[in-house]
Write a protein that binds this ligand. Sequence first.
Ligand code: FAD
Ligand code: SIN
Length: 514
Amino acid sequence: MKKCDYLVIGSGIAGLSFAIKIAQRFPQRKVIIITKTVEEECNTKYAQGGIAVVIDKIEDSFEKHIQDTLICGDGLCDSDVVKMVVSQGPERLQELMNWGAQFDLTANGTLDLGKEGGHSNNRVVHHKDQTGYEIEKAIVAEAHRQPNIEFYEYHFALDLVTKDNCCLGAKVLNELTNEIITIQSTYTLLATGGIGQVYGHTTNPTVATGDGIAMAKRANAIIADMEFIQFHPTALYHKDVNPTFLISEAVRGFGAVLRTKDGRRFMTEYDDRADLASRDIVSQSIEQELKKSGDECVYLDCTQLDIKAFKNHFPMIYDRCKALSIPVETQWIPVIPAQHYLCGGIVVNTNGQTSVENLFACGECSRTGLHGANRLASNSLLEAIVYSNNIYTYLSQKKKINPKTAVVNHHEFLPKPGTMNQKYLASIRDHLQKIMQQNAGIIRNDVDLLDSQMELTYWELELQLLEENFALNKAFCELKNMITVGLLIVDHSLKRTENRGGFVKNKKTTTLPL
Ligand code: FAD
Ligand code: SIN
């Protein structure tokens, strides 16, 4: 058994920015960070566009950023949360820079501000098209500079340990030794990121299996808005590649336009903002176009852009396309929408507290009320740094208390003899991804959702039987969590009767020939 004052589960922007601050404030207290693979592998690392922050106080204003966020969330954002998050942006960004993250500058030495869908102004602070990588590198290094932080890679959190609705730490699988240990903590932070791998097409890396949300559900924490899945309109169309490579929305902010195969600029027919409408609208429009045409993808046309400037701003995208024999100066990039972000999650208040005592959640696994029915582009990194700061501020004011002793039922951990059939687990995972892609995608209907609910419930029971008879392993635990998350998405989609933002449900239309 290990003991600490603060247990942080996840090493993306949410977990690390909290860990750094609390470790610096209380050098005598111990912080443990666990992460399921290597320390830098997470959604944060892949963020491209940047962080939305009001920097230009002449053309832009907090009020405009607030309005853009509210419009994008389609009436379901918590406006007090939106105001609080937007107004903290500049201060939190400065902290990232103090920790060593560098962002692109203009010739005058001011921050270069990009534009993305739904933003009425240029306000996206970025590091070329690799903003997340730059941030992750800086915060991993800063975390390692704190002597009271212990970092454990390949430590997979299996479940929270709770007693009387209070979190006492977590049960963790050390994949390096194959041991299950308990980490006892006074306070626990879930910073476990996204759920993308529940879907067949996603921009999220393979670690994004929704573990934190599933663990929180098992601990009876309140979870909301799981139906609001954000699909990014422009993932590179490249069959059978997981995850799919993102073509940043900032490319459209730079002037690229969407076209059908025959060259029509369809977005002008759907929204006055055309290619820079919010993500939900662009993804839904593409879905409609593909349904009408029967084509497999639409195209992003960059051929009319200043290619030297394009290469300078988007070197990774340029190189990736080139490697796939798509010279962006002469050829359109084939794109389709892909799952990208979860707007809902574990419900937290403005201190990041969940409904379970001493359990906090931050970043993509949390549901703060900022995003409503659809997240405004580049508001996610911002939300994570603002909420990690709020949690830090709240916990800084708390007197030191000793952790309650984690009561652990040791017979649960007795090794069981059999080994699970990995091929079988992989086949269920594959099937789950297909079902979610087909039935819980951009446009859903109750008939297909009910079918999925039955199938997922069946697998849930099947996995319970496996768990009783075989030794645990990571693939099994991820699959169990993915099924839990899939069911949450399906159940919440069935309950929602009204279409909002990223959520569209139609009556099922027959696919049988008449
Ligand atoms: P993550 O960064 O995903 O970190 C989660 C951590 O939890 C990982 O370390 C993981 O290993 C760990 N973990 C998970 N489960 C367990 C477990 N069971 N046990 C132990 N550890 C666990 N947002 C923006 O604002 N701007 C952008 O430009 C932008 N671009 C994006 C581009 C891409 C391709 C993607 C995928 C996302 C993008 N986003 C962007 C969204 C944004 O990157 C994420 O929402 C944000 O980084 C999430 O941060 P996080 O700290 O909550 O989670
Ligand atoms: C992008 O660069 O298009 C992603 C931005 C985001 O998800 O906020």
